[in-house]
Structures are given as structure tokens and as C-alpha cells.
Design a protein around this ligand. Structure first.
Ligand SMILES: *Cc1c(COP(=O)(O)O)cnc(C)c1O
Ligand code: SF4
Length: 324
């Protein structure tokens, strides 16, 4: 099978091979094709989130009232084998053009309830810098207070792309956030760390999203190491996702009951800063759903019963008046 990985990832895979003595590891599983991809289960599909049904305009996904997602390009710096948007990535639709951008800007202009726009794809940082900045400026002209997020794997897949100049250009267009997908602490090479530091130093807040993947990061120790490393790099772990039911990826999924157990243990172990929210995009287009067991045991007339970290039950009284 053809191998399509950028040099930064190829280096990580080589390092992993020698470290694991040739055994298949987290980097290889994420980025190298696997024969198991050719078999799909009945639950799987190419567009498990039914994103096509939530697209009021080409390249615009509007699933939640106050935020939208724009597919600015179908290209990525790396081909993740677990990609949940594979119906779109590499589809040949290319980059957003001025006409599509104008329509989206107009849509945003008419809907003041939309407060955040995620620039995604594909990978937002696959646009040339001048084009990326022009896209941001066009959206800003439509709605100057918009919060923008750039969804990307470039900090780990092509760290040099995020140079100080681009970071500064993005920072002066605040509020712009960077949302980076990072799944294993070995992805945090010295150049990836340097790229993240340049972005944070320039004043851009960075959060990370992690996909829970069998054989990649499905252990309490592995995830704890990743999240603690991120916090040390000033990157807030934001979401941990149970993977979507994408065709040909069942070998990468952890059974959900086991995943919930892993995350409960992590919750006990990690600080609030290091702990992301565990969520899944509900199959069939239901949107993101939080997956952690609730510590709210019951809501009574006199008190709400809560489970403490020690497993014991505590009661927080329900008071009269106030906000009710
Ligand atoms: C995930 C997602 C968002 C952002 O959701 P948050 O919970 O705010 O991170 C927005 N639009 C779509 C279509 C998404 O899938
Ligand atoms: S970077 Fe995101 S969109 Fe691109 S292949 Fe990976 S998961 Fe898919």
C-alpha cells in the first residue's frame, strides 16, 4: 500500500519502530494503511454524523444554534486512518472559493445568534497563509465579534508551518483559537512542542482534542501522560472523543463500556486542567453527547444527592427562593 506521510510523521514512525523493536505502535496505527480497513461493520458508514444533512450551504455545517463549522479545504497534512470526515477529506472539492465564502459570510451576517465559527476541513492550516488570513478577514467583516477556531493537526504533522510570523498574524486577528488533534504523547516531538509554544507565546489560546483509539491511547497511563504533557505545554485538553462509526475503523474502536471505565479512572486521577470532556457524536446526527457517569445521584425536593470522590453520598440542600 502507498505510504503518504509528511516527513515529521515519518520520523516519528521510524523512532517508534526502533523503540518498539518493530512492533506496531500508536503512530503507525494512526497513519499507515491497514488491511483491516477494507472490512466494515453494519453499523458503520462513510458519513456517520450525517453532516450532509446539516449543510445549509456548500461547506457550511450548522448543527448547533450558536456555532457553525466551515470546511475550508478538503486537504490535510496527514491522512488519519480513523478520520471521521473521510467522505469529505481528499474528495477533490479543493479549497473554499470567494463565491462560497461570500455566501457563508452573508449567512453569518443574517444570524447574530452564531457566535463561533470553526474553520476545519480537512485542515484549516493547509490553506496558504495569505488565503487563510483573507478568509478570516472576510468572516470578520461580516461579523466583527465572531470567535474563530482553527482545527488542525499541523502543529504535529508539519510544525515548521506554524512560524512566528503566521502566529503573529493570527494573534492580531483575535479572538482566534487553535484546536489541535493530538492522540499520543509521542506526537509531541521537540519541533511540535516548539510550534505549540510559538502559538501560545503569541497570545493564541490552544486546546487539544484526542480521539480514543484502540492500540494507540486506550490506557489510563497513556492518556494521563498525554494530558499532563499538554498542560505542561500550556495546551488545555478539551475533548476526548469516542470515535464515530466510520467505515473500516472497527479495529480502532474501544468498546464503549470499557472506554467509560477508563475515563472514570482518569477523572479520579487527573487535575481539572488536565482532564478533557469525554464525548461522542451521537450516531445518526444527534450531535455531541457527554459520556461520563454523572455524580448527581438524585434531585429531591429538599436536597440533591451527590457522589463524592471517595464514593460516599453527600447532600447539597435545595433552598427556597433565590433564582427559582
Ligand atoms: C464539534 C462541532 C462544533 C463545536 O462544538 P463544541 O462543543 O463547541 O466544541 C460545531 N459544529 C459542528 C458541526 C461540530 O461537529
Ligand atoms: S486531520 Fe482531521 S480531517 Fe484530516 S485526516 Fe485527520 S481526522 Fe481527518
Amino acid at each position: 500500500m502507498r505510504r503518504l506521510v509528511p516527513p515529521a510523521i515519518a520520523q516519528l514512525i521510524e523512532a517508534e519502530r526502533s523503540e518498539l523493536d518493530g512492533r506496531v505502535g500508536p503512530l503507525q496505527l494512526q497513519f499507515e494503511p491497514d488491511p483491516r480497513e477494507s472490512s466494515s461493520t453494519a453499523e458503520e458508514s462513510l458519513d456517520p454524523l450525517l453532516e450532509a444533512y446539516h449543510a445549509p450551504l456548500p461547506r457550511l455545517i450548522h448543527r448547533y444554534r450558536n456555532r457553525v463549522l466551515v470546511l475550508v479545504t478538503d486537504r490535510c497534512a496527514v491522512h488519519c486512518r480513523h478520520c471521521f470526515r473521510r467522505a469529505f477529506t481528499g474528495s477533490g472539492s479543493g479549497e473554499i472559493d470567494d463565491h462560497e465564502l461570500d455566501s457563508i459570510a452573508e449567512y453569518l451576517g443574517q444570524r447574530p445568534e452564531i457566535a463561533e465559527v470553526v474553520l476545519s476541513g480537512g485542515d484549516a492550516l493547509m490553506l496558504a497563509s495569505a488565503r487563510l488570513l483573507a478568509v478570516i478577514d472576510r468572516l470578520r467583516r461580516a461579523r466583527k465579534e465572531l470567535v474563530l477556531r482553527l482545527a488542525t493537526r499541523v502543529p504535529i504533522a508539519d510544525p515548521g508551518r506554524l512560524d512566528a510570523r503566521l502566529a503573529a498574524e493570527l494573534a492580531c486577528r483575535a479572538p482566534v483559537w487553535l484546536v489541535c488533534q493530538i492522540n499520543h504523547h509521542r506526537e509531541l516531538s521537540s519541533s511540535a512542542r516548539a510550534a505549540l509554544a510559538r502559538v501560545v507565546d503569541s497570545g493564541i489560546p490552544v486546546v487539544s482534542q484526542t480521539v480514543l483509539l484502540a492500540g494507540v491511547n486506550d490506557s489510563v497511563e497513556g492518556l494521563a501522560a498525554l494530558f499532563e504533557s499538554l498542560v505542561a505545554l500550556r495546551v488545555k485538553p478539551y475533548y476526548l472523543f469516542q470515535p464515530d462509526l466510520v467505515a473500516g475503523t472497527s479495529h480502532l474502536r474501544v468498546p464503549l463500556p470499557h472506554a467509560i471505565g477508563l475515563v472514570s479512572e482518569l477523572r479520579r486521577r487527573l487535575s481539572g486542567l488536565a482532564m478533557p470532556t469525554f464525548a461522542v457524536d451521537a450516531p445518526g446526527g444527534g450531535g455531541k453527547v457527554m459520556l461520563e457517569p454523572s455524580s448527581v445521584i438524585s434531585i429531591g425536593n429538599d436536597a440533591v444527592a451527590l457522589r463524592g470522590v471517595d464514593g460516599k453520598i453527600y447532600h447539597y440542600p435545595v433552598e427556597e427562593g433565590g433564582g427559582a
